[in-house]
Design a protein around this ligand. Structure first.
Ligand SMILES: [Zn+2]
Length: 224
């Protein structure tokens, strides 16, 4: 079986999975995400922020992120806002999809991202019914489902059935259990694993249209 993993934080077998990994993890992979995570907003200096921003023009950087805001890191809130807005201003110059880390900050992230026209993906999505409806009003907002799906009382588990098939992605993040995430998504969407993989392949092709290198790698993986 082949899987597509939008956000993978661990070593993986490239014959089984096509994945995007954080550039900072230095995994032996071809395609990366790059951004200043809100958890390190307090400690990072201006030079390092600029180095991250400079990396965005690299062909191998497929996603800008994780960037965002985290309610549980209240002590660094001001700094989080400043690092997040600084990156948003730079993103306007570069047309690549964004990977957003949002913990109990969906409304405020949505406000800050109002003027962004590139695709915006909320990773490890776990928003409630009300915020999901609000976010769905924007054509360029997508949802990536991961570990929260394994808890059947999570908002994530409740909301996936209400997300359009062309608006969601799947991810493993820290835990190497993607087949299980796919299995749960199949049940919630009432489709087979093959149908889900085809659907994900289409979503990846749409998300990364314009990124020839990634599309070529993806096609090779899917046909190998
Ligand atoms: Zn995250």
């Amino acid at each position: 079986m082949k899987y597509l993993d939008l956000h993978c934080n661990h070593v993986f077998d490239p014959t089984e999975k096509f994945a995007i990994t954080p550039i900072s993890e230095k995994l032996n992979n071809s395609f990366f995400s790059s951004g200043v995570h809100p958890w390190i907003a307090e400690e990072i200096n201006e030079t390092d922020i600029q180095n991250v921003i400079n990396s965005w023009s690299s062909e191998q950087v497929a996603l800008i992120g994780e960037i965002g805001l985290d309610h549980f890191y209240k002590e660094s809130w001001e700094k989080q806002i400043s690092v997040f807005t600084k990156q948003i201003n730079e993103i306007k110059k570069i047309d690549k999809p964004l990977l957003i880390h949002s913990v109990k900050t969906y409304e405020i992230c949505n406000q800050y991202l109002k003027k962004i026209n590139s695709p915006i993906i909320f990773h490890n999505y776990n928003g409630n019914k009300q915020i999901t409806k609000e976010l769905q009003k924007r054509e360029n907002i997508y949802f990536s489902f991961g570990q929260n799906l394994t808890k059947n009382n999570s908002a994530s588990f409740q909301q996936l059935p209400h997300i359009a098939n062309n608006k969601f992605f799947l991810e493993s993040d820290e835990i190497d259990n993607l087949p299980m995430i796919y299995e749960i998504a199949c049940k919630l969407k009432n489709i087979s694993v093959n149908e889900l993989l085809n659907l994900q392949a289409n979503n990846w092709q749409n998300l990364f249209k314009g990124n020839e290198k990634l599309l070529h790698g993806l096609a090779q993986f899917l046909h190998s």
